[in-house]
Structure formats: structure tokens, C-alpha cells
Design a protein around this ligand. Structure first.
Ligand code: ARG
Length: 421
């Protein structure tokens, strides 16, 4: 590395960024991957500081946390914490997202965006508990995650400083691998093509980088590590039922499950049937437009089921109104403003509507599709006798319809005549 490379991080733009003299003991958000492993060593050398690591389990499939912890110690961490936050993530972050039918940009169910404020909140707790003055994360300067993490830390802990070495050090992957080799940091793989950039938790998985940046390149098969490609999925469809209570999924196929297990089980079934592949163009909050490949099997089943049930129990007016608030909720969360009071205000509305969202939805899964096939709710604003084409009577008089139409269309007819009459 040149001097220019190593010194770029000393420039400070925001009040919460650490100056070198502020940094004595750092809490590093540690994944065990290349960036944060290089960082673990680099921070010790560059700042002459102690490093405490925090690794958060949000249900990343197949992660071996004892390996991550061992690596942290081996690279000189003075303390290493591992927190299983799956319950809190599911109850306090994913459930509100379900109640808000949360999708950003028509396709992204926000799994990363939901995870970051929790990870950053835990970073604040563990930094305070272990006497750290600074929090370090491995986000680049081009993504949304830096916004989510730093906005959280700056909101919850104004006394803590932040460093984001990847943003400043300007090492490419090759230089990082070289640095790792020089410093005895184990590197998975090696100098062959850079891997996809992956982020995942129990609500989904994203891949970025490599050919994904070429918009004209249809997905290569090897990107799909979670969801079976639809063409390989079983030839037999499978119908699952999801039961909700007050907007919260509580049972799968009649079996009551704790929320984490339910999300995992729905995800497994969906993945087997090729459900939840999204090839997404996305407007990042920092201005860039990018492409992500998402694998979101649980969300691709649960969100449509929830929306269907909500539609069944809501009135026409509620059903017309809520999507605008849903969209605002998703946008706030995407944009890193989890702690913004408007999100709490919106949640109060979501909870109010969801008080009625109890019932069961059947979803038929087949080679990549998940389709609603059955609905049942004690709160459905639905009366089969009224809806059928048969006899009129009771609350609905067909004789009243012409009068309704005359009044309903009155202003529109008058306006039309003014323009065309
Ligand atoms: N585009 C998504 C988001 O902004 C996923 C980001 C994945 N994060 C990552 N560090 N690879 O939330």
C-alpha cells in the first residue's frame, strides 16, 4: 500500500467519524470474511488500538460461528462476542415488515435493510459494555449499509465514534488478498475470480458483483445457492397453509411453530420449489442504480399470503389506503431510518389494521411460483350469499343499484358534459 492509500482514512467529513487520536479500543462488526479479517489486523496496526469483535447470527444459513470466533482470536481480537439475535430479528424486525407488506422497489423484501439497524444496535450495546470508544464496520462507501449502520450508531450513541476502513483504504480485492497473505490471515479460495458479494439472513439472500453488474447478462446458474432453479424443482406442486394471528404467522400446515422455525421451514419448502428468485434493478439511497440477485423463498410465500388475508378482512377504504403507508414504511427502512419516529407512527397504524388479520391462506408452490389458492378468516368482510350471482335480498338489493349508479356517477357525468357537451 502507498502512503496515500493508508492515509485516506484520516480525512474526516462527519462529526461522528473518529480522528486517529480518538481510537483506543474498537468494536469491529466481524463476519469472518476477507474485508473484516483484513480490517481486524489493519486497525490494530494503523491505530495501535485494541479490537473487540462482534458477530451477529441473524440466521445466515450454513455459517460456522465457532470458526469465525476462532479466527477473530487468532487475528488478535482481545475479546470476541457472538450473539444469536434470530429471535429478536424475527419478532421485532421481520414481523413488523410482514404487517407492512414490506417490499422496496417492487421486488426487494428488505432482509439486509432490516438486519442492519439490529446489528448496529447490538454493536452499540457491546461497545458500551466492553469499554470501546469506536465502532468499525466493513461497508464500502457506495452502499446503503453504511447509511443504516452509521445512522443507527449516531442516533443511539452520540458518544461513540465510527471508522469504516474499506471506505478509505482503497485496496482492491487483489491488494486485500496480498495484505492477508503478508499478515497470516487465512483466505478462503485465493487469487482466482472474486466471489459474488453475498449478504444473507433468515429473511433472504442477496448476490452482487461479477456478471450481475452486466445488465444484459442473464443469471448464471451458480449464483443460486439457496433456491432450487425452477426448472430443477419438483414436477409435483405442493400446497402449504399459513395461519396468521393478528398479522403474525403462527402455524404452517396446521402445526404451530415459533416464529424463527416457521420462517426457516417456509423458506426451505419455498427453496425446494424454486420460489423467490428476484432479478432486481434497485435505486440505492446514495444515488447509484444497481442490480441485485435475490433469493427470498420465505418472503415470497409469506408476504403474498399476508397481503391476501389483509385484503380479505379490510374494507375497500382500508385496502385502498394502506399500500401508500406500506410503501412509505419500506422506503424508510430501506433508507436506513429505522429509528425515525415516523416508522413508529406507521407501525401503530399497521398494528391497528393487523388486529383483524387472523385466518389461514393456502399457497400452491410449483416450479418457481407461489399462488394463493384458499382463504379462510373469521374476520372476512365477505358473505358468500351476498357475493353469489343468485337471488338478491338481505343486505343487498339489486333494485337499489340503478339509484346508486345515478348518484355515484353524477359529478363525472356533469364534468364530461361540460367538456364534450
Ligand atoms: N441491495 C440490498 C440493500 O441495499 C442488499 C445489500 C446487500 N448488502 C451487502 N453488503 N452485500 O439492502
Amino acid at each position: 500500500m502507498t502512503d496515500e492509500h493508508t492515509r485516506a482514512h484520516l480525512l474526516k467529513t462527519a462529526s461522528y467519524e473518529a480522528a486517529p487520536e480518538d481510537v483506543h479500543r474498537v468494536l469491529l462488526l466481524y463476519s469472518g470474511g476477507l474485508d473484516t479479517s483484513v480490517m481486524l489486523k489493519w486497525i490494530q496496526d494503523e491505530y495501535d488500538a485494541e479490537v473487540v469483535t462482534l458477530t451477529v447470527n441473524l440466521g445466515q444459513p450454513g455459517e460456522d460461528y465457532s470458526v469465525v470466533e476462532g479466527k477473530a482470536r487468532q487475528l488478535g481480537a482481545v475479546e470476541s462476542f457472538l450473539v444469536d439475535a434470530r429471535e429478536e430479528f424475527a419478532h421485532e424486525y421481520v414481523v413488523p415488515a410482514i404487517k407492512a407488506n414490506a417490499i422496496y422497489g417492487l421486488g426487494y423484501p428488505l432482509f439486509t435493510a432490516l438486519g442492519r439497524p439490529l446489528i448496529a444496535k447490538l454493536a452499540v450495546q457491546y461497545a458500551r459494555r466492553s469499554g470501546c470508544d469506536t465502532i468499525a464496520h466493513g461497508c464500502t462507501g457506495k452502499g446503503n449499509d453504511q447509511v443504516r449502520i452509521e445512522a443507527t450508531v449516531a442516533t443511539l450513541a452520540p458518544e461513540l465514534k465510527i471508522i469504516a476502513p474499506v471506505r478509505g483504504w482503497q485496496m482492491g480485492r487483489d491488494e486485500e488478498v496480498a495484505y492477508a497473505r503478508e499478515n497470516g490471515i487465512p483466505v478462503k479460495g485465493g487469487s482466482e475470480v472474486a466471489p459474488y458479494s453475498i449478504d444473507d439472513n433468515l429473511w433472504g439472500r442477496s448476490s452482487e458483483g461479477r456478471w450481475i453488474e452486466d445488465l444484459d447478462h442473464a443469471p448464471d446458474d451458480d449464483v443460486f445457492q439457496l433456491v432450487t432453479r425452477p426448472e430443477e424443482a419438483p414436477d409435483e406442486p405442493e400446497t402449504v397453509t399459513l395461519e396468521f394471528e393478528r398479522g403474525v404467522p403462527v402455524a404452517l400446515n396446521g402445526e404451530r411453530l415459533e416464529i424463527v422455525e416457521l420462517l426457516e421451514r417456509v423458506g426451505e419448502i419455498g427453496a425446494r420449489h424454486g420460489v423467490g428468485i428476484v432479478d432486481h434493478i434497485e435505486d440505492r439511497i446514495v444515488g447509484l442504480k444497481v442490480r441485485d440477485i435475490y433469493e427470498v423463498p420465505a418472503a415470497a410465500i409469506i408476504l403474498p399470503a399476508h397481503a391476501e388475508l389483509e385484503k380479505l378482512v379490510g374494507t375497500i377504504h382500508q385496502n385502498q389506503f394502506k399500500p401508500a403507508l406500506d410503501r412509505q414504511w419500506a422506503y424508510l427502512v430501506y433508507a436506513g431510518l429505522w429509528w425515525e419516529p415516523l416508522r413508529g407512527d406507521l407501525d401503530a397504524y399497521m398494528d391497528s389494521v393487523n388486529a383483524q388479520v387472523t385466518g389461514t391462506i393456502g399457497m400452491k408452490l410449483y416450479k418457481g411460483s407461489a399462488r394463493v389458492v384458499t382463504r379462510e378468516s373469521p374476520n372476512a368482510v365477505y358473505d358468500e350469499a351476498l357475493a353469489s350471482f343468485g337471488a338478491s335480498g338481505g343486505l343487498f338489493s339489486q333494485q337499489a343499484s340503478p339509484g346508486f349508479i345515478e348518484l355515484w356517477s353524477l359529478q363525472s357525468r356533469m364534468a364530461w358534459r361540460l367538456r364534450n357537451g
